[in-house]
Design a protein around this ligand. Structure first.
Ligand SMILES: Cc1cc2nc3c(=O)[nH]c(=O)nc-3n(C[C@H](O)[C@H](O)[C@H](O)COP(=O)(O)OP(=O)(O)OC[C@H]3O[C@@H](n4cnc5c(N)ncnc54)[C@H](O)[C@@H]3O)c2cc1C
Length: 387
């Protein structure tokens, strides 16, 4: 494909975040948007996501992101012509200690205040939802019936398809190798197949965000951490649907996926910046230990396979969204950890507002790129460089 020589905005990364931003920019009427993806659209960490969607976040902005995104997932098939298989299976958190419950209480109050349906229920009621659970060591559970799941691949395809229809150029197999800079201002990108001049460049590179940030001399605190998910052979002994059930003490979580059970040990592992993510089959032992404790009947199931992916974590577990400190024209939409898929609809909308209108209609200071001490970069800076 021949790359255009200029663009109004270049987006680096064709994961669910970059594709949502591309779609929303085009929807807002921005012309000449170019998205560059080094491999294929959706092949990054988005392809490893479990598809979970929850309102159960601690911060107001994230709860608002969830509520808005849930509305989008519910009408996704109509708006994007791709059925993402959105299902409200609910999220169930299992608590074994008073201290865990105390930690959950303020966020539940906030979630409810914002209109989310989240309730504390008894261990016996948790067992009614998932009869196979062991609950004798639990003190309570937190139940969010509004939570659910959808397909990350379908959602990414939907955003990318509509973005293309609205005029976005999406170039696959196109790695950004350098940023063109002039006096601490980004003026474009260089790729293996040519350069593009652009006044705005968006870093949506997922687990590679820090690497892309270094191209602009930035030290972004986005730390890719490996997580495994395994699946069983068809296991009718645990009939579906089953909520995404998370054992807060051990980090183990599971849900039903068609006929199989999807299970994760909840691992968080630094494997460096090697973006080929190898599986560690030794994790099965940890998984089985945690799983049998909470779900004894799973001892009868056979693990049929699994995968590992990188969650791009930040020190405070909140994403980084906003203008890069000290580098004009460089916008960051990175560090989405374990919730980038579910927050992609709202992220795209507010980033587009920021870039097109000069400021987002929702206060996004929670995600301020300057909060880690590298200097603040607020909406004022953004306002001066839009369009
Ligand atoms: C095991 C696991 C389970 C998860 N479960 C969930 C879940 O249930 N719910 C949820 O919401 N989230 C979940 N997540 C998190 C979710 O996958 C991520 O937060 C989300 O996919 C991030 O999307 P992204 O677009 O930022 O990153 P990516 O999908 O990685 O997209 C970034 C893209 O940038 C490209 N790129 C990188 N460098 C360059 C370059 N120099 N030039 C061009 N292109 C480049 C990459 O190839 C990649 O395709 C999970 C993650 C893992 C690992």
């Amino acid at each position: 494909m021949t790359l255009p020589k200029t663009a109004s905005t270049v987006i680096i990364g064709g994961g669910v975040v970059g594709c949502s931003i591309a779609y929303h920019l085009a929807r807002r009427g921005l012309r000449d948007v170019v998205l560059l993806e080094r491999e294929t659209v959706g092949s990054g960490t988005t392809s490893k996501a479990a598809g979970g969607i929850r309102v159960q976040f601690p911060a107001e902005t994230e709860i608002r992101f969830s509520l808005e995104s849930i509305d989008v997932f519910a009408r996704f098939a109509d708006e994007f012509g791709v059925d993402p298989g959105y299902t409200k299976i609910g999220y169930l958190y299992l608590l074994a200690e008073e201290q865990q419950l105390r930690g959950f209480e303020p966020r539940i109050a906030l979630q409810r205040k914002l209109g989310a349906d989240v309730r504390v229920i008894s261990p016996a009621d948790a067992q009614k939802l998932v009869p196979a659970l062991r609950v004798d060591d639990l003190i309570a559970a937190v139940w969010g019936p509004q939570d659910g799941m959808a397909g990350p691949a379908e959602v990414t395809t939907g955003f990318a398809r509509r973005a293309r229809e609205l005029g976005v150029t999406i170039a696959e197999g196109m790695a950004v190798t350098a940023l063109a800079m002039s006096n601490r201002r980004v003026t474009g990108v260089r790729t293996s197949q040519g350069a593009i001049a652009a006044p705005i460049v968006v870093n949506a590179a997922g687990p590679a965000a820090a690497r892309v940030g270094r191209l602009a001399g930035l030290d972004l605190p986005v730390h890719p951490r490996r997580r495994h998910i395994f699946f069983t052979e068809p296991f009718p002994e645990i009939p579906g649907p089953v909520p995404l059930t998370s054992d807060v003490t051990s980090g183990f979580y599971f849900r039903k996926d068609m006929e199989q059970v999807l299970l994760s040990p909840g691992d968080v592992e630094d494997i460096g910046e090697d973006f080929d993510v190898p599986m560690d089959w030794g994790k099965v032992e940890e998984l089985v230990r945690k799983a049998i404790h909470r779900l004894p009947i799973i001892a009868d199931a056979r693990i049929a396979g699994g995968w590992a992916g990188l969650r791009p974590l930040t020190p405070d577990d909140h994403a980084i969204i906003g203008w890069a400190p000290g580098v004009e024209g460089f916008f960051l939409a990175v560090g989405f950890g374990g919730h980038g898929f579910q927050h992609s609809p709202a992220t795209g909308r507010y980033v587009a507002e920021w870039l097109v209108d000069g400021t987002p209609s929702l206060d996004l200071s929670l995600f301020d790129p300057g909060r880690f001490g590298a200097g603040r970069c607020g909406a004022a800076t953004g306002r001066t460089r839009t369009r």
